[in-house]
Write a protein that binds this ligand. Structure first.
Ligand SMILES: Cc1cc2nc3c(=O)[nH]c(=O)nc-3n(C[C@H](O)[C@H](O)[C@H](O)COP(=O)(O)OP(=O)(O)OC[C@H]3O[C@@H](n4cnc5c(N)ncnc54)[C@H](O)[C@@H]3O)c2cc1C
Length: 470
């Protein structure tokens, strides 16, 4: 039998973090891989816009690095990951209170552990510059999570309430993931109410924190995913990749053999042994991995479920007189406006703003108000306790389908092998996070390698046909 002429062993559709991480795995096992990306750059939702010396992420926050995640192959020159100040600042009744600080030596260990999953992307992490902090982190007895500063008016109730919450978070940080995933599953809001915690603790701390971690203001997310997110928070610090979210996909793209990634190529249909593109006709291969967002995946693979999505809007401001909240993530416990969380991100990562300017990035969850910038400015002036009238708006990024909803029952290990030769990965197969996207890529590339019998010599890729003039 004549072997059909393949142009690659595997075609990966989509150059977000999932597609690029899968391509990295495949190429490092000698599997010739072509990544086709419809946009003109890599990164998908982890894009970073450059405006007048500012680096503006579309994703509002952080890599929640302690999610159970993949450990990508070592040997990559990875991005520097910069941690926020420990815990969060909660704004309530006109005051700010620090909460959720990992304590003592365990805190230091867990911050390292939290960075590990994503830092596994980086074999040689460079020194992390200490962020400037104007609010010192309180210490609690070793092995516990300090929940709030013991101040009058703290949003978390009495000292006993705070101690109970601290103990609950500490237990969570040490609970194995498998045990969390075996717990009964409810919407997170219902599960919180059933846990016997005081309403003040729930409304003053857990609700705003979980809303921020899950991009879900109504807490309809599966309680198991909420527990994973809280576990990640209790076990480590959120981080930002230095230079912008795009640093992670760019690092993955750089790790691939030259010529692997083709941008500006939109795939219009897929089969087990070929893809059809709008620009280059048919490309033959031995396997196809669809690594797009959930909606595009369902268009290419009819029958695939399209989830609901949580909309997210990120508003970027600049000022030459930044508020004194250090490198902290500030949450509004009172829900007194559209902003769910905000931070002076140039304090976490100075490279995101030109000298003498600060970058303040604020996230609005759910439907966006009509004059979002005005509403956000008013809210920010209350949260930071300073006038925002002279702040300059740099960008308003709205993503209607930012994050796939994870309502119960949520399966964080959706199948990634649809048929021999046809595979799918992306955050919609796992948890709706960067970590989930990476984890799904790991599962999908493992399935492809097993089916292709990796280890046997693969063929040499032919160049892609030239783009048609049409
Ligand atoms: C506003 C916002 C805030 C977020 N906040 C967080 C957060 O705080 N923490 C967190 O962990 N995660 C967050 N996320 C989610 C995170 O960004 C995603 O989970 C992750 O980036 C998904 O990666 P992916 O590779 O699965 O998909 P994508 O990044 O969507 O990549 C898919 C790629 O496929 C390409 N594509 C689609 N169709 C085709 C086609 N037909 N042909 C070729 N290419 C195609 C797309 O152009 C895209 O580049 C946020 C997302 C947004 C938008």
């Amino acid at each position: 039998m004549l072997e059909p002429a393949y142009q690659a062993d595997v075609v990966v559709v989509g150059a977000g973090v999932a597609g690029l991480a899968a391509a990295h795995r495949l190429t490092s096992q000698g599997v010739t891989t072509t990544v086709l990306e419809a946009a003109h750059g890599v990164g998908g939702r982890m894009a970073t816009e450059k405006v007048d010396g500012f680096r503006l992420d579309r994703i509002g926050r952080l890599l929640s690095a302690a999610y159970p995640g993949p450990h990508l192959a070592p040997g990559l020159d990875g991005p520097v990951l910069l941690p926020y100040a420990p815990g969060v600042l909660l704004h309530s009744e006109g005051r700010r209170h620090r909460a959720g600080v990992p304590a003592g030596t365990r805190g230091a260990r867990s911050a390292r552990g939290a960075l590990h999953a994503v830092r596994a992307l980086a074999s040689a992490p460079r020194a992390v510059p200490a962020p400037r902090r104007t609010v010192p982190a309180p210490l609690a007895p070793g092995g516990t999570v300090a929940v709030a500063r013991p101040r009058t008016g703290a949003p978390l109730g009495t000292a006993v309430d705070q101690a109970r919450l601290g103990a609950a978070l500490t237990r969570l940080a040490h609970t194995p993931v498998e045990r969390l995933l075996a717990r009964p599953e409810l919407p997170a809001a219902e599960a919180l109410a059933a846990r016997g915690l005081p309403p003040r603790t729930i409304d003053g701390f857990l609700r705003p924190l979980l809303a921020a971690l899950l991009c879900d203001p109504d807490l309809t997310t599966s309680s198991r995913c909420a527990d994973l997110a809280l576990r990640a928070f209790a076990g480590g610090r959120p981080v930002l990749p230095a230079g912008g979210a795009e640093a992670v996909p760019e690092m993955l793209a750089r790790s691939l053999p030259p010529g692997t990634v083709h941008t500006g190529v939109r795939v219009t249909s897929v089969a087990t042994n070929s893809v059809t593109t709008a620009e280059h006709g048919v490309i033959r291969c031995r396997a196809v991995l669809v690594a797009t967002d959930a909606r595009a995946a369902a268009e290419l693979l009819p029958g695939l479920r399209v989830p609901d999505f949580h909309p997210v809007t990120v508003v970027h401001h600049t000022t030459d007189d930044p508020p004194a909240t250090g490198a902290s993530l500030l949450l509004d416990a009172d829900r007194g406006g559209p902003v769910a969380h905000t931070a002076v991100v140039s304090r976490v990562d100075p490279s995101r703003a030109p000298a003498g300017r600060a970058l303040v990035s604020s996230t609005v969850l759910g439907p966006v108000p009509s004059d979002v910038d005005a509403a956000v400015r008013i809210h920010l002036s209350r949260l930071y306790g300073t006038s925002t009238a002279r702040w300059e708006t740099l960008a308003v990024h709205h993503a209607a389908e930012a994050v796939p909803a994870m309502r119960p029952p949520h399966d964080p290990h959706r199948p990634v092998r649809l048929l021999a030769g046809l595979y799918v990965c992306g955050d919609h197969r796992d948890t709706s996070t960067v970590q989930g996207a990476l984890h799904s890529a790991e599962r999908a590339s493992a399935a492809i390698l097993a089916d292709l019998g990796a280890g046997r010599p693969m063929h040499t890729a032919e160049p892609l046909p030239a783009a048609s003039a049409a």
